[in-house]
Design a protein around this ligand. Structure first.
Ligand code: LIP
Length: 265
């Protein structure tokens, strides 16, 4: 997005998010290449964490605090700091897709969002394994490795793959209902273990939509802007859950959004 106006109010934060995502991604990739050295703890059922998550978040938090000390911060591992309606807030998941990460599977990413004036202004997602960087600045489109990206133009769930997120916060009955409804509509589901990355696949047009019963703000805010700036439609997650909450998300090509919404129980 070299054509962005230098004087854009969020240009410096956009540039910083990209540089920081790459820097933090390199730290996480170092751990990914040496998984046997990690001590894995459990935050709950199917919810592991390691020092890789914490170290990566520390890199992001310290760099952004040095550049923008006036901003608030919300991170999956360190929580909320200074959140106030009068301040811009960074919302960060240092490693989204912690389970694939710890299993040596490539579907994980660094997710960095910046929220101000009740809107997501900057969204950056970086997959260090594939070296793919997804970025969006509100009102200026979305790119993958600098090239513009757009959602698929489809009218039916039978015309592509739909991402489905699931964690221990989703009940067996809920995920069963979603999968059954999707198949009944001729659809097929895809799950990679990272909600952020799966939403990015909607923004690129590789998937036609994404639904999850309960996703956290740090998992999805950056990706929501990617989808919106790629011409997609997303449920009002930020208005409903704020920068620290969680809840259902529906995201996809405009032609199938209503059908996606009907999948949730
Ligand atoms: C992941 C989320 C995803 C969910 C996964 C997992 P994490 O976050 O991005 O939406 O389906 O189960 O919770 O825990 O890997 O950062």
């Amino acid at each position: 997005m070299s054509n962005l106006p230098e004087e854009h109010p969020w240009r410096s934060r956009f540039d910083a998010a990209i540089i920081t995502a790459r820097e933090a991604g390199a730290v996480a990739l170092g751990h990914y290449r040496n998984l046997s050295a990690l001590t894995v703890e459990s935050k709950g059922v199917q919810d592991p964490v390691s020092e890789a998550d914490r170290q990566t978040e520390d890199v992001i938090k310290s760099r952004l605090a040095a550049l923008f000390p006036e901003d608030a911060f919300v991170g999956e591992e360190t929580g909320a700091e200074g959140v106030d309606p009068s301040r811009g807030t960074w919302v960060v998941d240092p490693i989204d897709g912690t389970q694939p990460f710890l299993l040596g599977l490539p579907t994980w990413c660094v997710s960095i969002a910046y929220v101000a004036h009740d809107e997501i202004q900057v969204g950056v997602i970086y997959n260090p394994v594939t070296d793919e960087l997804y970025a969006a600045l509100r009102g200026h489109g979305a790119t993958l490795d600098g090239k513009p990206m757009g959602v698929q133009q489809v009218e039916g769930l039978d015309q592509g793959l739909t991402g489905m997120g699931c964690s221990s916060r989703t009940t067996p009955e809920e995920i069963g209902h979603i999968a059954q409804s999707l198949r009944a509509a001729g659809g097929m589901y895809h799950r990679c273990g990272s909600g952020a990355l799966t939403l990015a696949y909607v923004a690129t047009g590789q998937l036609i939509g994404y639904v999850e019963m309960h996703i956290n703000a740090w998992d999805c805010l950056a990706a929501i802007l990617l989808v919106e700036e790629s011409g997609g439609r997303v449920s009002p997650f930020l208005r409903e859950n704020g920068v620290t909450g969680g809840g259902p998300i529906i995201a996809g090509a405009p032609g199938v959004f209503t059908q996606l919404a009907s999948l949730l129980p």
